[in-house]
Every structure is written in structure tokens, then in C-alpha cells.
Ligand binder design. Structure first.
Ligand code: NAP
Length: 222
């Protein structure tokens, strides 16, 4: 029976690189993002048998419907990746409340909703693996990224607790917390400005993060 990997935020950047690697390993992939055309193009690039779904992770009903659709079309969810995320960098005093809410709803609440929705199928099948994409900003902080950092720091706390709740059901929960990675999210940043604080002296690539994510997803435990 084909195992299925749902990648929220799989249409671009880090999520897309994870989707490509999981497809290459022979798993069926569900690519989930708000923009269905972009998600369809990304799923099409993976070859046959992979599907795209439109969903805003910040919306409970969207998440619920998406899991139902994935299970209807692909049968199950064995692996879940939460790579859907946004940033709204600004000093806290200049940050609008609606931007705080949207950041927290997408980056933190969204992962809580998808993890909760995945539990039903993962508990039934007595196994599964989840990787949530955090950020070094959630661990170390950064100028102009207090709310983003809170969303990612919160994700670590959430994931640690959830891992303890569901390990007895053979479900593993991990966080991968990348530094700066070349994607649409960082395309307007001046790499020169940040390089001096990065030991390797460069931004990372999405494919490099994907290898770490897939290592955690595709463990012999599953
Ligand atoms: P990206 O290239 O901008 O891709 C973001 C992905 O998330 C897209 O597929 C996007 O598709 C989807 N998305 C955004 N909001 C969504 C929503 N409300 N519902 C569903 N899907 C949504 O970003 P990235 O750099 O790959 O980032 C992926 C994750 O890694 C994020 O959580 C980010 O915070 C984290 N991260 C990134 C870096 C970095 O330097 N790039 C570093 C550390 C952590 P749609 O727009 O079509 O919805």
C-alpha cells in the first residue's frame, strides 16, 4: 500500500523541495497551498500519482476539508510536513494587530490544526511522522522578527508536547529549524548583510533542508 505524504506549503520553497524528495523515494505526495494553480504545477512536476489541494491552514474548516479530500483521493496520511508559513518583518511598535494575528494563525495555529486533523488517521493506522518547519529565529530571536520568532518558538513548545502525547501511538513529531534559506520568503533580503553571522558564509538551499526533513520523516520506526 502506497504511503502518503501531505506537505502543507509544498508548492514553493522548502515544502516543495521536501515534496520532490519524498516523491523520489516513491511516496505519494499531496501538495497543499492556497494557490491551487501553483500547487497543481508543483504536483505535476513530480510525475504521476501526486495531487494538489487548495487550503488556507489558518482556517479550521479548510484544514478539515483538505484532510477529508486527501484521504478520499489518496487513502491515508502517513507523513505530514508543515512548511506553510509567512513572515511580516517589522519592529513590534510598528506591527499592526492584524499582521500579528495572521502570522500566528498561519505559522502556529495552522500547524496545530493540521496536526490535530492528522491524528485521526495516524492513530487509526498506529503510526505516522510529522515534521514542523520552525526557524532559528524562534530559538535565537532577531531584530524586527518578534512576532515571527514567537510563532516559531511556539511551534517548538507545541511539537515537544505533542511528541510526548502521541509517541505511545507510534507517531513521531519533530521540528527542523533552518537558518536563512534561498526561497521566495528571503528573496528581498541582502545576503551580504547576514553572511557574517552564518558560519558557512552563505544562505542555505531548500534542497539541503529537505534532506534533514526527509531523514526525520522516513525513519525505520515508520
Ligand atoms: P515560501 O517559499 O514563501 O513558501 C511558502 C509556502 O507556504 C508556499 O507553498 C505557500 O503557498 C504556502 N503558504 C503560505 N501561507 C499559507 C497558508 N495560509 N495556507 C496554506 N499554505 C500557505 O517560504 P519558505 O521559505 O519555503 O518557508 C517555508 C517554511 O519554512 C515557513 O514556515 C518559513 O517560516 C520557514 N522558514 C523559512 C526560512 C527561509 O529562510 N526561507 C528559514 C527558516 C524557516 P501559497 O502562498 O499559495 O499559500
Amino acid at each position: 500500500m502506497d504511503k502518503v505524504c501531505a506537505v502543507f506549503g509544498g508548492s514553493r520553497g522548502i515544502g516543495r523541495a521536501v515534496a520532490q524528495l519524498m516523491a523520489r523515494k516513491g511516496y505519494r505526495v499531496a501538495i497543499v497551498a492556497r494557490n491551487l494553480d501553483v500547487a497543481r504545477a508543483a504536483a505535476g512536476d513530480l510525475g504521476g500519482g501526486h495531487l494538489a489541494f487548495s487550503c488556507d491552514v489558518a482556517k479550521e474548516q479548510d484544514v478539515q476539508n483538505t484532510f477529508e479530500e486527501i484521504e478520499k483521493h489518496l487513502g491515508r496520511v502517513n507523513f505530514l510536513v508543515n512548511a506553510a508559513g509567512i513572515n511580516r518583518d517589522s519592529l513590534l511598535v510598528r506591527t499592526k494587530t492584524e499582521d500579528m494575528v495572521s502570522l500566528l494563525h498561519t505559522n502556529l495555529l495552522g500547524s496545530m490544526l493540521t496536526c490535530r486533523a492528522a491524528m485521526k488517521t495516524m492513530i487509526q493506522q498506529q503510526g505516522g511522522s510529522i515534521v514542523n518547519i520552525g526557524s532559528v529565529i524562534g530559538l535565537k530571536g532577531n531584530f524586527g522578527q518578534s512576532v515571527y520568532g514567537a510563532s516559531k518558538g511556539g511551534l517548538v513548545g507545541f511539537s515537544r508536547a505533542l511528541a510526548k502525547e502521541v509517541a505511545r501511538k507510534k507517531i513521531r513529531v519533530n521540528v527542523v529549524a533552518p537558518g536563512f534559506i534561498h526561497t521566495d520568503m528571503t528573496k528581498d533580503l541582502k545576503e551580504e548583510h547576514f553572511k557574517k553571522n552564518i558560519p558557512l558564509g552563505r544562505f542555505g538551499e531548500a534542497s539541503e533542508v529537505a534532506h534533514a526533513v526527509v531523514f526525520l520523516l522516513d525513519s525505520p520506526c515508520n
